[in-house]
Design a protein. Structure first.
Lengths: 291, 320
């Protein structure tokens, strides 16, 4: 398979002009620098000692890197009356359960909307697309009343359950199911006696692996950096990012810890992203099994 | 023989002709035959009904009322809308700002996401993974865009101000996020900086599911360069992802507000960056005029639906 791919790539390259390649590389480099420099600066800030943070004229790079900002941050974490491990536990619980639920609920629904031809599916899908365009800030009050009726206020459920019906994830999965899962394969699986659930898990889902890996990255990242809600009042149920925000509201003296915290906050989503990307690359070779 | 039974099964499953029965009969039969579809959709849709449809439908009703959460809603029909357009000066500023943000950042972020994804797609896998991370990193890490606040800080310790002063270009620091001349362009730059998000990832994933034999066939059929290949092969196959990306760009650019509040404050100086989302939050969250804010939401909704119609029409022309 790998060999065949390379040959095809070779043919594709034949259609490429050297000038175009150079132009694209130039464009990507300029854009890459623009995207990357602020990120580098954010990391630099985290390793700057206090006198370098406030030096004039300001320096982009760090001269005497220190981990003091990180130790400061962890010391500050240690002083909170709710043990910091609890905040981390909350965030991990919410991110993992929310992401898994989102994945299962929206994949099943997307499969049914894209590949099972039941009456009314167009209507269901249109309501979902239209709802994407409705500002979520207005629906908050009614949502609050619904949470209250279920006695879900001040539990993890107010964060986790609405993620299960995230329309964005469903839309993403549905679009991929439509474009990359061919009806003929599903039809032959059904004729061979595979149940619909088995067709879904063993045939459709492997074919849209890039889509659900994307969904996992996006959903996890959202929950990781948010993960709290105005409807959670108990301190011990609040999230990691909320607790970090509290620490940083300490002002200028905590500028160093603040810079360190933005690095700490991005490590886990980037880790998840890198793992999922390496999986996408692995699946590339198998995407030829369509016919 | 076995083929025969298969055909028979097929016949018993599928009505021979739709004309043999009434529309209702046919629909019922199809519903029964595909009942699993409803079963698969149910877990998602029941929650969706509860947490999205019911709130949206209720606010459809509330936008024609005066409602402050304390008294029962009072029916005032179109008064909210009349007030919005005739009396509320700030609302018109919001519409203008929202349209500027949407028209600049929407198409720009969409095209940027697609073209970067497309360019990267031809790199060798390992390098591609690294480059993807470079472009995606700004949107992965929550509120890392706050680094722009540090870079463009309004005192001499901000990197941009400090450098400009050192070079002798300015004497006093510029208040980048408080001065209306700089606020809007800067917010647009920051928005574009973190615009390679979910749509970008879905484009990358979509490009990877394109069947490679199509390119091969295209090369044989006389595709001369990468742009023809893009227009005649890649884009038509990518249409589902393109539609997804379009929705993302529309909702992202019309709901633009989070970055502005974080960088310029809410409300921003002279309402120079006040968007419909801010106005909505102001009336819904701070002033408790729920009816009025529902009316604002309704207008924003129709703006997005209109933009979506326009974009879908344009996407229908792709590859022709």
């Amino acid at each position: 398979m790998a060999k065949k791919l390379r040959v095809i790539n070779h043919k594709v390259v034949l259609n490429r002009s050297a000038g175009g390649d150079a132009g694209i590389t130039f464009f990507l480099s300029i854009l890459g620098v623009f995207m990357f420099l602020p990120m580098v600066y954010a990391v630099m800030q985290a390793f700057k000692p206090l006198d370098e943070l406030w030096i004039f004229p300001p320096r982009f790079y760090v001269v005497n890197p220190t981990t003091k900002n990180f130790t400061d941050l962890f010391r500050l974490m240690g002083t909170s009356w709710v043990p910091f491990s609890r905040y981390i536990f909350n965030t991990i619980l919410i991110s993992v359960v929310g992401t898994l639920g989102n994945l299962v609920f929206s994949s099943l629904a997307a499969y049914s909307l894209a590949k099972i031809k039941f009456p009314g599916r167009e209507f269901f899908f249109q309501t979902i697309v239209l709802s994407l365009m409705f500002s979520s800030s207005v629906t908050g009050i009614v949502q609050y009343l619904i949470f209250a009726a279920f006695k879900w206020l001040d539990t993890y459920l107010v964060v986790i359950v609405p993620v299960f019906c995230s329309t964005l994830g469903l839309y993403l999965m549905k679009q991929f199911m439509e474009s990359s899962v061919s009806d003929s394969i599903l039809e032959s699986a059904r004729l061979d006696g595979a149940s619909e659930l088995r067709t879904f898990f063993q045939i459709a889902m492997p074919m849209v692996k890039p889509a659900w890996l994307t969904l996992i990255v996006y959903s996890f990242q959202g929950l990781w950096s948010g993960g709290s809600s105005a409807y959670i009042y108990s301190e011990e149920l609040k999230s990691f990012s909320y607790a970090i925000g509290q620490i940083l509201s300490g002002g200028l003296a905590r500028a160093g810890a603040g810079a360190a915290s933005s690095v700490v906050m991005m490590i886990v989503p980037i880790f998840v992203f890198v793992i999922s990307q390496s999986n996408i690359i692995e699946t590339m070779g198998s995407s030829g099994m369509k016919d | 023989m076995s083929q025969n039974t298969a055909v028979k099964q097929e016949e018993s499953k599928r009505p021979v002709s739709r004309k043999d029965m009434t529309a209702l009969q046919w629909t019922l039969k199809e519903m029964k035959r595909n009942y699993l579809g409803y079963l698969f959709l149910a877990p998602f849709y029941i929650l969706f009904l509860m947490f999205t449809i019911i709130p949206v439908v209720l606010s459809l009703f509330i936008c024609f009322t005066h409602f402050n959460m304390l008294e029962p809603p009072k029916w005032i029909f179109l008064d909210n809308f009349i007030r919005l357009f005739l009396e509320d000066d700030i609302f018109l500023i919001c519409v203008k700002n929202t349209l500027i943000f949407a028209i600049v950042t929407g198409p720009a972020s969409y095209l940027l996401s697609f073209f970067v994804a497309w360019f990267i797609n031809e790199l060798p896998p390992k390098i591609r993974a690294v480059v993807t991370l470079v472009f995606y990193a700004p949107s992965i890490a929550g509120s890392v865009y706050m680094i722009w606040q540090t870079l463009f800080s309004s005192d001499a310790h901000g990197w941009v101000n400090g450098t400009l002063i050192k070079l002798g270009l300015i004497d006093t620091p510029i208040h980048f996020f408080k001065d209306p001349t700089y606020m809007m362009p800067l917010c647009i730059v920051v928005a574009l900086w973190c615009s390679l998000g979910t749509a970008f990832l879905s484009f990358i994933a979509g490009l990877q599911t394109v069947d490679r034999s199509l390119y091969e066939a295209g090369a044989v059929d006389g595709v001369k360069n990468r742009w023809q290949e893009l227009w005649y092969i890649t884009l038509p196959v990518m249409k589902p992802q393109l539609m997804f990306g379009a929705i993302m760009a529309i909702t992202g650019s019309f709901n633009f507000g989070g970055i502005v509040s974080a960088l310029c404050g809410d409300p921003s100086t002279d309402y120079a960056c006040h968007t419909i989302t801010h106005h909505l939050g102001d009336y819904g969250g701070a002033r408790m005029e729920i009816g009025y804010s529902s009316a604002i939401a309704m207008i924003l909704f129709f703006m997005m639906v209109g933009a979506n119609q326009l974009v879908q029409k344009m996407l229908a022309k792709v590859g022709q």
